[in-house]
Ligand binder design. Structure first.
Ligand code: DC
Length: 231
């Protein structure tokens, strides 16, 4: 079974996707981490994250090997054999990832890898929970369960700000709010695979509900779908 969870930054997707995967014994695939890793490769190579020259872009992509490892406590990601799971969470990478994700050649490559990894893990574990922006629309339009999570921009910025403060960052709430607004705009208005609600999606507004409830809603949708005769 494929469970696709999409939504904007800070909507609670990652926490929910991870918990749903744990409850069902499935693998959790964080597709944002893949775009972040490509962004890290851009930064390391000095290539501009916006409109890089075609030749240089092809060279960079050809030289990138991504490996995803699925541990009980989450997904680890390796760039050419090096574990970069921690390195891709900086503000610089977050900003670059949102630009790199608008490049069609990058998206094509990521979608291919996501389908390959998800199908392999589905065979092994019976199910996969993928989280991102275009999972239900582009990567797996025929996913058995599609979920779109959203919350007000202030609520999402508040959550992100709390998370950053826990990590001892001194970034202000206003800066986080500005970053999220800029990322929303790039996710929603980009030409290729913009953030959209897929057809047949379960919509969850996470502004005022507890994580436990969000997880329950997705698990219930998955169990109902598993009971239907064509799964
Ligand atoms: O979910 P995240 O913040 O880790 O994602 C990082 C960036 O990658 C974000 O700007 C949106 C982009 N992204 C995307 O375009 N498509 C996906 N399936 C996942 C992430």
């Amino acid at each position: 079974m494929i469970i696709a969870i999409d939504g904007p930054a800070g909507s609670g997707k990652s926490t929910t996707a991870r918990a749903v995967a744990e409850r069902l014994g499935y693998v959790y695939v964080d597709t944002g981490a893949m775009y972040r890793t490509v962004a890290l490769a851009f930064i390391r190579s000095g290539l501009p994250a916006e409109a890089p020259p075609g030749e240089a872009l092809r060279g960079l992509l050809a030289g990138i090997r991504l490996d995803m490892r699925f541990d009980p406590d989450g997904m680890r990601i390796l760039l050419n054999g090096q574990n970069v799971t921690g390195d891709i969470r900086t503000r610089e990478v977050t900003e670059a990832a949102s630009r790199v994700a608008a490049i069609p050649a990058v998206r094509e490559r990521m979608v291919q890898e996501q389908r390959r990894v998800a199908r392999a893990e589905e065979k092994r574990r019976g199910g996969v929970v993928l989280e991102g922006r275009d999972i239900g629309t582009i990567v797996f339009p025929d996913a058995e369960v599609k979920v779109f999570m959203d919350a007000s921009v202030t609520m999402r910025a508040r959550r992100r700000h709390d998370e950053l403060r826990e990590k001892n960052s001194d970034v202000s709430f206003e800066e986080v709010l500005d970053d999220i607004r800029a990322r929303d705009a790039r996710d929603i208005y980009r030409r290729v695979s913009p953030l959209r609600k897929a057809e047949g999606t379960v919509e969850i507004d996470t502004s005022h509900i507890a994580i436990r409830e969000q997880v329950e809603m997705v698990v219930r949708a998955a169990r109902e779908r598993a009971k239907s005769p064509n799964v």
